[in-house]
Unconditional design. Structure first.
Length: 303
């Protein structure tokens, strides 16, 4: 396969998330293999409060481009409202500069070369299923009012909704894509469509009322919009699900109900810091198995 130009982009909603981006960038530069020198961009809202300008200096030293974005005021009442708009901006910015755009959450750490990010020619999207079923629609059961309205507003037909199985609790749900890791071809305009679909959802009066009444629905509305961005634009054979080596939610079981204990880093490519390591145990590294050099690398940076 011909070498592909690959670019990483993320959204930092706060100064803390911008701090997280430093570790993400350092891990890419250290463990990214063929992609260690890929371009990295982080987008943040223009009103972000930065009380430590050293963060920006460190990011520049790691050749991370820092960009501001504007978020529609009417979306502010929703959690993670800036993420779809930042993703759309990244896709637009990079359409002629990258063959592959990796949209990645700031609390990600790369531990090995992400070779699966180099998509086969017929593939336009590599994705991960949501980790557990907090807000999905069970496959084989009737959708609830929330999802019925989402499918109606986004004009999604039942036959488009193929099944997925959540990683941590093994729930079979209708197609529901994780917003923390998306590998796309920019020319397909999937991320631009994500922002458009999100806008349709949060301006819908029925969904606005449901989100006001239920915090979980509010938190995940941005992520539900991905079904409208992806399913009408891509055939199933144009998508591939990334393996469990990607988006590995280390210590996830310490915080949420899980059928799997997430404590093995033996073949992990990217891990997610869903849980604060310091909240688990001061010697959390002793609870992990895997390459000692990588566990030590994490310990040095996360304390």
């Amino acid at each position: 396969m011909a070498k592909q130009r690959l670019l990483f982009a993320a959204y930092a909603e706060s100064a803390d998330e911008l701090q997280d981006t430093k570790l993400l960038a350092e891990s890419i530069r250290t463990f990214g293999g063929e992609h260690r020198n890929s371009s990295i961009r982080v987008y943040h809202p223009g009103n972000i409060f930065l009380d430590n300008h050293r963060i920006l200096v460190d990011l520049v030293l790691m050749q991370v481009e820092v960009c501001t974005i504007d978020i529609p005021e009417e979306a502010d009442r929703l959690f993670y409202a800036g993420k779809p708009f930042a993703a759309a901006r990244a896709e637009s910015d990079m359409r002629d500069k990258a063959d592959i755009l990796v949209w990645i959450d700031t609390d990600t750490v790369m531990l090995d070369e992400p070779s699966d990010f180099c998509l086969e020619p017929e593939i336009s999207l590599a994705y991960k299923t949501v980790m557990h079923n907090r807000s999905g629609s069970l496959f084989g059961a009737a959708p609830d009012e929330y999802w019925r309205r989402i499918y109606s507003v986004l004009e999604i037909e039942e036959e488009q909704l193929f099944p997925m199985v959540t990683w941590a609790d093994h729930q079979k749900i209708r197609a529901y894509f994780h917003a923390g890791l998306l590998v796309v071809r920019p020319e397909k305009k999937i991320l631009g469509a994500w922002a458009d679909c999100f806008r349709k959802l949060y301006t819908d009066k029925t969904l606005a009322a449901l989100c006001r009444a239920d915090r979980v629905k509010n938190v995940f509305l941005h992520q539900t919009a991905l079904v409208g961005a992806i399913l009408p634009r891509l055939k199933r054979e144009q998508m591939t699900e990334l393996s469990d080596r990607y988006n590995y939610p280390v210590f996830f079981d310490k915080k949420y109900a899980s059928e799997i204990v997430f404590d093995r880093l033996d073949d992990v490519v990217t891990l997610r810091r869903i849980v604060s390591f310091g909240s688990i145990d001061i010697n959390w590294e002793r609870q992990l198995s895997g390459p000692e050099d990588k566990i030590s690398w994490l310990k040095e940076r996360l304390g």
